[in-house]
Design a protein around this ligand. Structure first.
Ligand code: C5P
Length: 223
């Protein structure tokens, strides 16, 4: 078995939450820690890949040996992701905000007699779907994540088709604190079927996922 199964490959990973500004000091966010995405970037680097990690705001150090690009919002994440292409494998582990505030205020919003502000939201671009549907320069393997609280496999299958990716790593986030936690129970969902892994540390999920992807690209036999 090759020591560096992804040598010569470029792997792109998104990780963490996005922050969507309300005004210069306030934002909308979610509970993603970035642990899983950062672990995947580190595992890809350990497998010999050149790795670009596009990270939302997280409290984690940049992984060693990985080119890390820091962004805040979904639109910044999309721009940084497209700028990092081409890639052989792209793994979209970020918990991108579905919506942003339509008109973020240029100055800090103040309390006043006009009452409580109403936040109008607009949909953010879907980074995974945008990259997966590219006519040119689509990575050979496009991997998405799906965090669901029910019907995990069915929703993942639907997501695979809708987003145009090759594999969905689905996890059940109902109840136990997967977001921010150190372990993860995942199902690998492809058009051909489902593979369920035991509950594993996020680092172990990452290294197994990278080994699995190296096998799919057929490059694991090259080195
Ligand atoms: O639709 P949902 O948000 O559940 O899909 C999750 C998958 O899509 C993840 O891989 C996530 O990184 C990606 N995604 C994205 N851009 C969005 C929303 C989700 O890349 N705006």
């Amino acid at each position: 078995i090759a020591q560096k199964p992804l040598a010569g490959k470029h792997v792109l990973v998104t990780s963490g939450p996005t922050h969507e500004p309300i005004d210069p000091v306030r934002y909308i966010a979610n509970r993603s820690s970035g642990k899983q995405g950062h672990a995947i970037a580190a595992a890809a680097a350990a497998a010999g890949a050149s790795v670009t990690l596009v990270s939302g705001p997280v409290g984690l150090p940049d992984p060693d040996g990985v080119t890390t690009i820091h962004v805040e919002s979904a639109r910044e994440m999309l721009a940084a992701t497209e700028a990092a292409l081409p890639a052989d494998i792209a793994v979209f582990a970020a918990a991108v905000a579905d919506w942003r505030v339509a008109d973020a205020a240029p100055e800090k919003m103040k309390k006043g007699p006009s009452g409580t502000p109403a936040l109008a939201l607009v949909e953010n671009p879907d980074i995974l779907a945008t990259v997966a549907h590219r006519k040119t320069g689509r990575p050979a393997l496009v991997v998405g994540f799906a965090a669901e609280t029910e019907n995990v496999i069915d929703y993942a299958r639907a997501k695979l088709a809708r987003k145009g990716c090759d594999l969905i790593v689905a996890n059940d986030v109902g109840g136990t604190g997967v977001m921010g936690g150190d372990s993860n129970t995942v199902h690998l969902v492809t058009r051909d079927g489902v593979e369920t892994w035991p509950t594993l540390a996020k680092e172990e999920v990452a290294s197994r996922l990278i080994a699995h992807l190296a096998g799919l690209t057929g490059v694991s036999k090259a080195g």
